[in-house]
Ligand binder design. Structure first.
Ligand code: SAM
Length: 272
């Protein structure tokens, strides 16, 4: 097994990962990449880094495994509570008025990790609209491992602590040491493998959540993702990003807005 990742080796793997996912390893993060590479080599019983390099150039599946291994998947139910308050008290009432004819809402949780974000959105939306409304939520990620967990919809008791009691009682079933998400919520969500670098199969989203994802990208990649989101949204769409992320300094038509206690972005076309 290799000892330390040399600078030129770091550059080779960093570039491959960036070109494939836009995840940007800076020199400070070199030790993390080194650990992940060692884990992959150990798992595959490969001694030399050059052999692993050749492998990922020829084997798309192993390249996906490497990308999966370098993703950061930290998430939580109702992460940034204010976003969900703003969703319930400002965004959904507005969409209810604007989309009263079609009664159809389409939402995207991009970089959904293990599903908590998508399920939190689904609980709020399901609770808000009556059954005459059609709700469609796309939840996507570049990591197969998190998608398996997300689709299963089972979470330990500790993981569910942030779910408001009214939703927990209504939309989750307790099984011994944890909770399952009920089918009435699961059926609103389609979990899909998707790389944010590419256009999604669906368009015309009314709301996009992409929180704590572009924080791992460089400025150029962030710009491209934000443009892609803008173009896949309805003309009055709402865009939620993470608390430590911002579109400041970017060339974008998204309008920054403080709505309730949350800072979000709105597509500027069609504002009346
Ligand atoms: C830190 S988690 C954020 C989860 C959730 N959005 C939240 O804020 O709690 C970031 C997720 O983005 C995913 N991700 C990173 N790069 C991606 C890409 N190019 N395409 C799709 N998903 C990506 C990772 O796999 C990871 O699950």
């Amino acid at each position: 097994m290799f000892d330390k990742l040399k600078d030129h080796e770091f550059k080779i793997f960093r570039d491959i990962i960036y070109n494939e996912s836009w995840i940007n390893f800076t020199p400070t993060n070199k030790p993390i990449l080194e650990i992940r590479l060692k884990e992959r080599l150990k798992k595959l019983n490969i001694e030399k880094l050059e052999i692993y390099h050749k492998l990922i150039l020829n084997d798309k599946d192993e390249l996906k495994n490497l990308i999966d291994s370098v993703t950061t998947n930290l998430t939580n139910f109702f992460r940034y509570k204010v976003h969900f308050e703003t969703l319930e008290n400002h965004v959904l009432p507005d969409l209810k008025e604007k989309k009263n004819k079609t009664k159809f809402i389409r939402i995207w949780s991009a970089g959904c990790s293990t599903g908590e974000e998508a399920y939190s959105i689904a609980m709020v939306v399901k609770d808000f609209f009556d059954s005459s409304w059609k709700i469609e939520i796309l939840a996507s990620d570049i990591s197969f491992n998190v998608l398996i967990k997300a689709k299963e919809g089972f979470y330990s008791k500790e993981k569910t602590e942030e779910i408001p009691k009214k939703y927990l009682e209504k939309y989750m079933i307790q099984i011994s040491n944890g909770y399952y998400v009920k089918d009435s919520i699961k059926e609103l969500i389609q979990f899909d493998y998707h790389n944010i670098m590419n256009e999604p199969t669906k368009k015309e989203f009314d709301i996009i959540f992409c929180r704590n994802v572009i924080i791992y990208f460089d400025a150029q990649a962030q710009q491209e993702v934000v443009d892609l989101f803008y173009n896949t949204m309805n003309k009055f769409g709402y865009f939620f990003i993470g608390h430590s992320e911002s579109l400041f300094g970017m060339k974008t038509k998204f309008i920054f807005k403080k709505l309730g206690n949350a800072c979000i972005y709105i597509k500027n076309e069609g504002l009346t």
